[in-house]
Design a protein around this ligand. Structure first.
Ligand code: AMP
Ligand code: MG
Length: 404
């Protein structure tokens, strides 16, 4: 039985990185950028006004007061898209709008609210203005030629806005991993069917499909396969022909009908991980066949989710060349005692909360690895170290956030 770290190491070592492709920026959110993106101009490209008001020469306002206001003559206007072409000379000011270029000669902006606007283009200031006031200096947000989005970053909506600002109409990203999902189990029926007797509805397809999609993956097929050697072999072979990754659920424990591993071996796959010292999720399988990888995840709905997040998610992100492949871990105080599972490391479903300024983890009340209804409320996993039979209420514990 492998330690979690060793299993993950194995999996990542044998997970190939997919080739790049170029996509339109509008399709790039959620994809992993594969080349550093540079700025092609200074941002802002000019000294930019942060307020509606007047552009002035700060030194001329040094002695302004209620008793002796400074009078300036407004000689023009600078609006967004329409810069003032001249130069601001001594005794002059220029009407300016938010976002517009500060004209040559001016070095500060005063907001309209505190300016007396008189007749014939005269204005009065009753307060001194400091140099640079209400100006965003040229290149203060980004300098021409600097890296603005790094290779390996997943493109967020905000990053897409940055790429747009610097003219990246097309971007080089990793191809999305193509995933085939297979739910094994003769007891499984589809969501629209009425289970009879010992049957249950297939739910893993929906959790795994959702998690995988969130990790940037394209689900190309999904289906149920009954616990029959030939049927399983045929289904896996077909899945391998369609996808970069095949993800199975169920059929990996020690039951008589757990056929995933023997079938993988017959197909010529190298089974690299068979069991991991963890709870839930011990029967986690990882195999490789050429450039294709295969996950055999446990059938129980909670185990499958834990195993996915610990092993499959990092691998799917690595395939895309992502630099940040692990879920965030935080320290949080436990609101209740939680059980461990020595000698295995345990991951207990929990809710992560900020209360009175500190992180707290509230262990869920759940009925075990089949309890998908309770697990639906979980947004974190409390890590119970292998040697601990329980962690106590009030204790500080390591918690993995599932909110990715
Ligand atoms: P297995 O690992 O195949 O022994 O499955 C363990 C448990 O998970 C059994 O109770 C199965 O009925 C259940 N299970 C397996 N696959 C699924 C699935 N796709 N959806 C919901 N439950 C499942
Ligand atoms: Mg089964």
């Amino acid at each position: 039985m492998l330690r979690i770290e060793d299993a993950l190491q194995f999996i990542l070592t044998h997970t190939p990185v997919l080739p790049d492709e170029e996509v339109a920026l509008a399709e790039a959110v959620g994809r992993v950028l594969r080349r550093d993106a540079l700025s092609d101009l200074d941002l802002p490209p000019f000294d930019r006004a942060r307020m509606d008001g007047y552009a002035v020469r700060a030194s001329e306002t040094a002695n302004a007061s209620e008793a002796s206001p400074v009078r300036l003559r407004a000689v023009g206007e600078s609006a967004a898209g329409f810069a003032f072409n001249g130069q601001v000379e001594a005794g002059q000011a220029v009407r300016i709008m938010t976002g517009a270029p500060v004209p040559v000669g001016a070095d500060a902006v005063q907001k309209i609210e505190v300016i007396q606007v008189g007749e014939n283009g005269w204005i009065e200031l009753t307060d001194p203005v400091t140099t640079g006031q209400f100006i965003t200096p040229r290149a203060s947000e980004a300098r021409n030629g600097e890296v603005v989005v790094k290779a390996g970053e997943r493109i967020t909506p905000a990053a897409a806005a940055v790429l747009a600002s610097f003219g990246h109409a097309r971007v080089t990203v990793a191809r999305r991993p193509r995933l085939a999902l297979l739910s094994t189990g003769s007891e499984l029926v589809e969501v629209h069917e009425q289970p009879q007797g010992a049957q249950i509805r297939n739910s893993n397809t929906y959790s795994l499909g959702g998690y995988a999609t969130r990790a940037g993956v394209e689900v190309v097929s999904s289906g149920i396969v009954r616990d029959d050697f030939d049927a399983t072999q045929q289904a896996i072979a077909e899945a391998l022909s369609q996808a970069d990754v095949v993800m199975l659920s169920g059929g990996v424990s020690m039951g008589d009908y757990d056929l995933v591993k023997p079938v993988l071996r017959v197909l010529g796959a190298e089974v690299l991980v068979e069991k991991v010292a963890m709870h839930p999720g011990k029967p986690t399988v990882f195999a490789r066949l050429g450039e294709k990888i295969i996950f055999g995840l446990p059938g129980n709905p909670v185990s499958v989710a834990v195993s996915f997040h610990l092993f499959a998610r990092p691998a799917l992100l690595k395939m895309q060349g992502a630099s940040d492949i692990h879920l965030p871990r935080v320290q949080a105080y436990l609101t209740r005692t939680v059980k461990g599972a020595p000698p295995r490391r345990s991951h207990q479903p929990a809710r992560l909360l900020i209360r009175a300024g500190r992180a707290e983890a509230e262990p869920l009340k759940w009925g075990g690895s089949s309890d998908l209804v309770a697990f639906m409320r979980a947004d974190a996993l409390i890590v119970v170290p292998e040697e601990r039979a329980s962690l106590n209420e009030g204790e500080l514990a390591e918690v993995i956030s599932l909110r990715d």
